[in-house]
Design a protein around this ligand. Structure first.
Ligand code: TYM
Length: 328
């Protein structure tokens, strides 16, 4: 019975275009874990509006992200897939948790510092309380494990702290979630600057391979990818550009690190990049075909069913919280 399984929860923002970093750091692991755990995968549109969004584009991107989840292999018959704003409990619990969180701990969040570009005067309050809404997402489902990339680790620690503080002050209420950060692929770097993570908001599109990029674009971006000095194609931390490209190759082909290195022994960067492009194109082909196969109606129906299932769990948690704190 599914109720004996541990739970996972994760999500992505429907902003920009999803790239292979999002896939390798997060979605790939969601797919691998979805049958072992009772799984909730959310499209976090309330998080998206912490930065300005065009309403029409946001609506379309929200549906497109559902398309990407399903094309990546998330099975809505197995996992609960839904849109955050369809389950109002996310916003309700976020308010309660914002009364539990401390200004100081939110001020320490590095993503807020990055996204507000150091100016809290002009940053939205929602951007500041972003991690509290994320804690609400996770804690509502009594989540055991949260599969994310490395950049979400600090937010996860805050979710744990808030769960523990609430439990201490009001009695056992929330499961304290553990992060699941994959040993390989948790931080795929930009193809243009291997000291920065591959990012949806990167102004330079050549830094990222998007999941829906066509074969030509993929080949061109990889051709332009920066490399390090030296010639050997080996996993060497001191040569971050090649290390990053080899990591992508490893995850896309399923080869071991030793097999990857053996494959390119005595070969040059040109050869390596061509073979890497072939591997990425080959990998994305079935994904892209599948993504095209879902109609909007079909997706909306699956999301409606997902929201209903999610709400059943979320409303129980909110009821419990309201009782514990004396609201009902
Ligand atoms: P988002 O939309 O920025 O990214 C979605 C997932 O992709 C991972 N990721 C990466 N992994 C490897 N290499 C990269 N270069 C890379 N870039 C992004 C992210 O770590 C993430 O797992 N705050 C979250 C969304 C969220 C969430 C949640 C996640 C809201 N509530 C509750 C988990 C649980 C975010 O902005 O992800």
């Amino acid at each position: 019975m599914s109720s004996f399984k541990k739970r996972i929860f994760s999500g992505a923002q429907p902003t920009g275009e999803l790239h292979i970093g999002n896939y390798l750091g997060a979605l790939k692991n969601w797919v691998e874990l979805q049958t072992e755990y009772e799984s909730f995968f959310c499209i976090v549109n309330l998080h998206a509006i912490t930065l300005p969004q065009d309403p029409k584009v946001l609506k379309q991107k929200t549906l497109d992200l559902a398309r990407i989840y399903l094309a990546a292999g998330i099975d809505p018959e197995v996992s609960t897939v839904f849109i955050q704003s369809d389950v109002s409990e996310h916003a309700e619990l976020a308010w309660i948790l914002s009364c539990v969180a401390r200004m100081g701990e939110l001020e320490r969040m590095t993503q807020f510092k990055d996204k507000s570009k150091g100016s809290s005067e002009r940053a939205g309050v929602g951007l500041f309380t972003y991690p509290v809404l994320m804690a609400s997402d996770i804690l509502l489902y009594q989540t055991d494990l949260v599969p994310v990339g490395q950049d979400q680790k600090q937010h996860l620690e805050l979710s744990r702290d808030l769960a523990q503080r609430f439990n201490r002050d009001f009695g056992e209420t929330f499961v304290v979630p553990e992060p699941y950060i994959p040993p390989v692929g948790a931080k795929i770097q930009s193809l243009q600057d291997p000291s920065k993570k591959m990012s949806k908001s990167d102004e330079n599109a050549n830094g990222s391979i998007f999941l829906l990029d066509d074969p030509d674009t993929i080949a061109k971006k990889l051709k332009k990818a920066v490399t390090d000095s030296g010639t050997e194609i080996k996993f060497d931390e001191s040569r971050p550009a090649i290390h990053n490209l080899l990591t992508i190759y490893q995850l896309m082909t399923g080869k071991t690190p030793a097999e990857c290195e053996a494959n390119f022994e005595g070969k040059g960067y040109g050869h390596f990049k061509t073979e890497l492009a072939e591997a990425v194109i080959e990998f994305l082909k079935p994904f892209q075909e599948k993504a095209k196969s879902y109609s909007d109606e079909e997706l909306n129906e699956k999301l409606r069913v997902g929201a209903k299932k999610a709400k059943e769990v979320a409303s129980q948690s909110v009821k419990d919280v309201y009782e514990k704190i004396g609201l009902i």
